[in-house]
Design a protein around this ligand. Structure first.
Ligand SMILES: *[C@@H]1O[C@H](CO)[C@@H](O)[C@H](O)[C@H]1NC(C)=O
Ligand SMILES: *[C@@H]1O[C@H](CO)[C@@H](O)[C@H](O)[C@H]1NC(C)=O
Ligand SMILES: *[C@@H]1O[C@H](CO)[C@@H](O)[C@H](O)[C@H]1NC(C)=O
Ligand SMILES: *[C@@H]1O[C@H](CO)[C@@H](O)[C@H](O)[C@H]1NC(C)=O
Ligand SMILES: *[C@@H]1O[C@H](CO)[C@@H](O)[C@H](O)[C@H]1NC(C)=O
Ligand SMILES: *[C@@H]1O[C@H](CO)[C@@H](O)[C@H](O)[C@H]1NC(C)=O
Ligand SMILES: *[C@@H]1O[C@H](CO)[C@@H](O)[C@H](O)[C@H]1NC(C)=O
Ligand SMILES: *[C@@H]1O[C@H](CO)[C@@H](O)[C@H](O)[C@H]1NC(C)=O
Ligand SMILES: *[C@@H]1O[C@H](CO)[C@@H](O)[C@H](O)[C@H]1NC(C)=O
Ligand SMILES: [Cu+2]
Length: 565
């Protein structure tokens, strides 16, 4: 690939122009401009200068129909390097637009811009977008609503209105300092100071009640809540006082309708939920509370985060009384979390029945020696995340660029399909196993191969439920359980008929989860824990899917404005 002549390059851009012109006529071209800047914002009695898109926190909601071509020009007028990831978008043959920094592109440096162009195909529901570099996604995120094509109906009763609900987190600090301090001192990043719903912490956080988000409904009407979990480091139980919820889609894949009074949502997941305003006129809290999956952990924010579901009526006297609070499961109610996560089924499915590539991936933490004296805590070691005993290290130029250009020395192709040794993963792990290797390793996949991965949680440092996100694909969650995975007995219970289909899978704390997917998308795809501090500390790996034999199965050349390192 090296040394493409400028004539070939010109020819390629002409081909690109023709391809753009050939975008299907029925599909719309949806154009957005994202101006990255800073804004002074006050929450919980504390003002911070935060990075925002178009001055909004949370950022703007993008709305498209399935089949549309999306063009988003990102102008970086802020002080930091930025990239934007379109979370859950399959990016078929548009890997260059996926967004993770140093994986598919170099950052957009301050003062520069990059235009993301891609088509949304075969996905309906809610996804989202967020910064994919350092800790910036804490404030740089928003919803991506994908409606069916014109004239096509939802596979559920039509709602009277649709309401985006974005769960987030707030630090009384510059989030870039939070992660930089953690890396410098060899510790885990500081917890946030508040959780938020649509940017507001709600009535139970200091000096926040006046700004609590209000969501108005009319008695008897049906609403579609499009919930995005944009939080950084905690799963959430989600409830609405006295209202049942019917889950109809997760991660922009329709589910069999599932009615419940509590949701468990992990960072990275989106959930479309129908509610009916069928209670008496009044105010009802929409609330979230932490799901604390880490045994024995006490230092987490246990305040209930709220918004208010408010019935609109002629007589508003009911507003004089306080809204009703839902009853939450206990913070560590793993049984409720597991019940919800195993209850969902996809509405339509085509899960691969055979497997070409089988992987068993241990996932969790490790401790590695500090690289220099700046790491002051923890006796000269620092915590890292790891997969199959490898802690991922970001390269200095993007892996996709290096692969496409044939540049050596950026990554190696030896990510292992199995851990180096078997041990009692969820038991008492001997200290001799706690030190992973550092590396920038990818796993190469043949085009169109079917892949099965069993993720096995380890007890190194601590057990925890890790939400694992694969870029560019939906995965079928065929099985999950507690303890050590048993390759003899567990596969018999896999659901190969209608498993839930997701882009982010919460692996049960002290347990395992099995997924399948088809490697039908040439390019370079990051897989990582969607707890931001875990992935920042190396809880990540990369798949490299080779081109297929036909021209239509090959990754097109990079866009001409792709940022350079
Ligand atoms: C690819 O390689 C060519 C020739 O070596 C070089 O000019 C170009 O900058 C490289 N592109 C990227 C994206 O690395
Ligand atoms: C934010 O506040 C700081 C300190 O008061 C001020 O210097 C800065 O200009 C403000 N920034 C914006 C974007 O308003
Ligand atoms: C409210 O502020 C007080 C005093 O600063 C602090 O101790 C308390 O934890 C805060 N409460 C919440 C919910 O943030
Ligand atoms: C909230 O609003 C009330 C009434 O307008 C006002 O008196 C109070 O100071 C406000 N509180 C805060 C923290 O802004
Ligand atoms: C919430 O955490 C505080 C300490 O931060 C603790 O004192 C309190 O008991 C906790 N509340 C609950 C309900 O767990
Ligand atoms: C693994 O560790 C757990 C927890 O300590 C223990 O209950 C279990 O018996 C161990 N399993 C094996 C096979 O040693
Ligand atoms: C990880 O690899 C290191 C050697 O690089 C070894 O010391 C350690 O025991 C391994 N840990 C596991 C869990 O395999
Ligand atoms: C990839 O798989 C799909 C679905 O099974 C099939 O239609 C297609 O022909 C395959 N492509 C190649 C190159 O094998
Ligand atoms: C921003 O990105 C550029 C290009 O990759 C890089 O040279 C620079 O070091 C980055 N800046 C920071 C602060 O990471
Ligand atoms: Cu994690």
């Amino acid at each position: 690939m090296a040394g493409l002549s400028s004539v070939v390059k010109l020819a390629t851009s002409l081909v690109c122009l023709i391809l753009v012109a050939a975008w299907t006529a029925s599909a719309a071209l949806v154009h957005h401009k994202f101006t990255i800047g800073t804004q002074n914002v006050t929450r919980v009695c504390n003002t911070q200068t935060i990075v925002t898109v178009n001055g909004q926190f949370p950022g703007p909601t993008i709305e498209v129909r399935e089949g549309d071509n999306l063009v988003v020009e990102v102008d970086n007028n802020g002080p930091y390097n930025v990239t934007i990831h379109w979370h859950g978008v399959k990016q078929l043959k548009s890997c260059w637009a996926d967004g993770p920094a140093y994986i598919t592109q170099c950052p957009i440096t301050p003062g520069n811009k990059f235009t993301y162009k891609f088509t949304i195909t075969g996905q309906e529901g809610t996804l989202w977008w967020h910064a994919h570099i350092s800790y910036l996604r804490a404030t740089v995120h928003g919803a991506l609503v994908i409606k069916p094509r014109a004239g096509k109906a939802y596979p559920f009763p039509k709602p009277d209105a649709e309401i985006p609900i974005i769960l987030g987190e707030w630090w009384n600090a510059n989030v870039e300092d939070v992660i930089a301090d953690a890396i410098k001192t060899g510790t885990v990043p500081a917890n946030s100071d508040a959780y938020t719903i649509n940017g507001q912490p709600g009535d139970f956080f200091n000096c926040s009640a006046n700004d609590t988000s209000h969501i108005s409904v009319k008695s008897g009407k049906r609403y579609l809540l499009r919930i995005v979990h944009a939080g950084m480091l905690h799963g959430s139980f989600f409830k609405i006082a006295q209202h049942k919820m019917t889950v109809v889609a997760v991660d922009a894949v329709y589910t069999k309708p599932y009615t419940t009074d509590v949701l468990l949502i992990q960072p990275g997941n989106t959930m479309d939920v129908l509610i009916t305003a069928d209670q008496k006129l009044g105010q009802y809290y929409i609330g979230t509370r932490v799901y604390n999956s880490q045994p024995g952990r006490t230092e987490y924010l246990n305040t209930t985060t709220t918004a208010i579901l408010e019935y609109k009526g002629n007589d508003k006297t009911y507003i004089a009384s306080a809204p009703l609070l839902p009853n939450f499961p206990a913070y560590d109610d793993t049984a409720t979390a597991f019940k919800f996560s195993t209850a969902l089924r996809s509405l339509r499915s085509s899960v691969p029945q055979t497997v070409d590539e089988e992987m068993f991936i241990t996932e969790g933490f490790g401790l590695v020696p500090c690289m220099d004296n700046s790491c002051t805590d923890n006796n000269g070691v620092r915590p890292v995340g790891s997969l199959n005993n490898i802690s991922f290290v970001d390269p200095e130029i993007s892996i996709l660029q290096a692969y496409y250009n044939g540049t050596n020395g950026v990554f190696t192709r030896d990510f292992p399909s199995n851990p180096p040794q078997a041990f009692n993963y969820t038991g008492n792990v001997p200290l001799s196993l706690w030190t992973p290797e550092l590396g920038t390793k990818v796993k190469v996949l043949k085009f169109n191969s079917t892949v099965q991965i069993v993720f096995q949680n380890t007890a190194i440092i601590t057990l925890q439920n890790h939400p694992i996100h694969l870029h560019g694909h939906d995965v079928y969650l065929v099985g999950q359980g507690f303890g050590n995975y048993n390759s003899q007995t567990d596969p018999a219970n896999f659901n190969l008929v209608n498993p839930q289909t997701l882009n982010t899978v919460g692996v049960p704390t002290g347990g395992w989860a099995a997924i399948r997917f088809v490697a039908n998308n040439p390019g370079v795809w990051l897989m990582h824990c969607h707890f931001e501090s875990h992935s920042a500390l190396g809880f990540a790996m990369v798949f490299l899917t080779e081109d297929g034999p036909r021209n239509s199965d090959k990754l097109p050349p990079p866009p001409s404005d792709l940022p350079k390192c």
